[in-house]
Design a protein around this ligand. Structure first.
Ligand code: SF4
Length: 363
């Protein structure tokens, strides 16, 4: 898209202060902002932290039921620290980006065991914990501790990029630093909690990714993108990369009793710590390998329909193989890595979305 030459900003906006920006935003928030979200009630550092982690890359409407179930099961940091990771991942199933759940669990243990159950009330202390970056730390400090600390999540980046016509992509370190500087300037000393909620709300409900509702925006008067009819130019976007395609074969072992074998993945990678079907890549001679390793005979084998699961950075084409097995006693004894499950009565474990889908199809 061709960039329009930017005329000079309106004279009154030259004097526009950070005070005006936050005042207008807070007035708007008092009247229209969201105040009934579950994490806005009984505010504690723990509840703010859980909600902020869940809200990373995920919409509010998706997060609400997950947050409620999670808090119901783990009402405080000690309960979360004492929980089994399988139970934590179980409540995360379907939310994606499972490293977030693993880091929540790790951080809960640190807070519970090393910090006497208290969240640090400073930026460096919070950012030293697994999974807490500068923006999440800023949200915890401003919302839970009412300290004047900026945040810079996706919504805030979008608002500031348009308001100031920031000329570059977020992934550029210089642009990121510029946005942090702007976020810091705009964050008021008073009402830090409300301001943080207000700017996140504005990005989520008014200054939306496509078709921002500028007519109802409280900071429209000095927004450079709006005043130059360039709201579609900012934030500057990158050309979408074509996602590579990977392929995986899921081995769905089935016994005569209708049980299927699940394997726990190691704690790393995209589905780290989740349970799934044993997986092999296309080029492995997997049948022979399984028979050799686990001493069983394949009674029958059927290739299922291939389907695609898309991650943010690649497509995964999954081919399920349904394998009826015999000699159940001799194959793969249950341990911490393997368990035979009845798809109709699944234990409380974390499952990746395509595994859950395939298990449902077995019922
Ligand atoms: S005027 Fe429009 S583009 Fe500017 S901040 Fe408001 S909603 Fe976003």
């Amino acid at each position: 898209m061709t960039r329009m030459p930017m005329p000079k900003r309106k004279t009154q906006c030259k004097k526009s202060s950070n005070f005006l920006f936050s005042t207008l935003l807070l007035e708007w928030f008092d009247q229209y902002g969201r105040k009934n979200l579950p994490w806005q009630q009984n505010i504690t550092p723990y509840r703010v932290w859980v909600s902020e982690i869940m809200l990373q890359q995920t919409q509010v409407t998706t997060v609400i039921p997950y947050f409620e179930k999670f808090i119901h099961s783990f009402p405080d940091v000690q309960t979360l620290a004492n929980a089994a990771i399988d139970n934590v991942l179980h409540l995360w199933t379907g939310l994606g980006y499972y490293a977030r759940a693993r880091n929540l669990h790790k951080t809960a243990k640190i807070i519970s065991n090393d910090l006497a159950g208290r969240f640090p009330a400073d930026l460096a202390g919070l950012m030293a914990l697994p999974g807490i970056g500068r923006s999440t730390a800023g949200a915890i400090l401003s919302i839970a501790f009412q300290s004047s600390t900026p945040i810079l999540d996706g919504n805030v980046k979008r608002v500031l990029s348009r308001y100031h016509a920031v000329d570059g992509h977020y992934s550029d370190k210089t642009i990121e630093n510029q946005l942090w500087q702007l976020a810091t300037q705009h964050t008021p000393q008073e009402r830090a909690r409300d301001y943080t909620q207000a700017i996140m709300d504005l990005g989520a409900t008014i200054c939306t990714r496509s078709k921002p509702n500028c007519a109802h925006c409280p900071i429209q008067g000095c927004c450079i993108a709006f005043n130059n009819n360039a709201t579609n130019v900012y934030p500057v976007t990158k050309k979408k990369a074509i996602l590579p395609i990977k392929e995986a074969i899921f081995l769905i072992f089935l016994t005569a009793q209708g049980k299927t074998l699940l394997e726990k993945r190691n704690n790393f990678g995209i589905w780290g710590g989740l349970w799934g079907f044993p997986e092999v890549s296309k080029d492995q001679e997997w049948i022979k390998e399984c028979e050799r390793q686990h001493n069983f005979k394949v009674a029958s084998l059927q290739e299922g329909a291939k389907f695609r699961h898309t991650f943010s950075h690649y497509h995964l084409d999954i081919v399920p193989y349904y394998i009826q097995v015999e000699n159940i006693r001799t194959i793969l004894r249950e341990n911490d890595t393997y368990q035979w499950c009845d798809p109709k009565q699944l234990p409380q474990i974390g499952l990746a979305a395509p595994v859950k889908k395939l298990l449902k199809s077995l019922c």
